[in-house]
Design a protein around this ligand. Structure first.
Ligand code: IMP
Ligand code: MG
Length: 183
């Protein structure tokens, strides 16, 4: 069956639009406090972070700059390959700058731990991480995440930027997929 309506493939909504937006507002307030008096560069990781970048940055009333990186660690399936490569690098030189990496989800943290050490090697003033979602596995890595939206159970989710085979990124909610979608 070729789904015409994204919603038809959902099993369970984990986070509503309201859940996400009110949490992002709280996180933005925290970020504003923490970075007061300092310039801030938000670095989004494509493609999943597009939604959170758009919403989080608009919850901020202070000046920020926005830049993007695209790194690849997943194929079109649901398992991490652990292999990271840069598909698109930053436009900005981050030397001496305060960088906040904005992520959709941290699962194994493999991608992020690689990314963080890559960014650190460029001589920024600071590098911190902000993610909407975090899975239990992430706790096992040495990656220190400063801002976490929600800790979620270890199941595959889609929506709010997250995809399955490049679909479902445009869902306004975070949801699990109906089992028939995997097969
Ligand atoms: P990690 O390296 O295992 O932390 O994986 C990070 C990337 O895997 C994320 O940026 C997502 O693109 C993808 N990912 C991990 N878990 C999920 C999920 O539940 N749904 C969709 N994508 C996921
Ligand atoms: Mg993905």
């Amino acid at each position: 069956m070729e789904p015409q309506h994204v919603d038809a493939d959902i099993e369970k909504v984990i986070l509503t639009e309201d859940d996400i937006q009110s949490r992002l507002a709280e996180m933005a307030a925290e970020i504003e406090r923490d970075y007061e008096g300092r310039e801030l560069l938000l670095v989004g990781v494509l493609k999943g972070a597009v939604m959170v970048m758009a919403d989080l940055s608009r919850h901020l009333s202070r000046h920020v700059e926005i830049d993007w990186m695209d790194v690849s660690s997943y194929g079109s399936g649901t398992r991490s390959s652990g292999v990271v490569r840069i598909i698109k690098d930053l436009d900005a030189d981050i030397t001496g700058r305060h960088v906040l990496v904005v992520e959709d989800i941290i699962d194994t943290g493999l991608t992020l731990s690689w990314l963080i050490s890559n960014l650190r090697s460029r001589g920024p003033a600071s590098v911190e991480i902000c993610t909407v979602l975090r899975k239990p596995e992430a706790a096992k890595t040495d990656v220190d995440v400063k801002y976490v939206g929600f800790d979620i159970p270890n199941s595959f989710v889609v929506g709010y930027g997250l995809d399955f085979a490049e679909r479902y990124r445009n869902l306004r909610v975070v949801a699990t997929l109906a089992p028939h979608m995997y097969t």
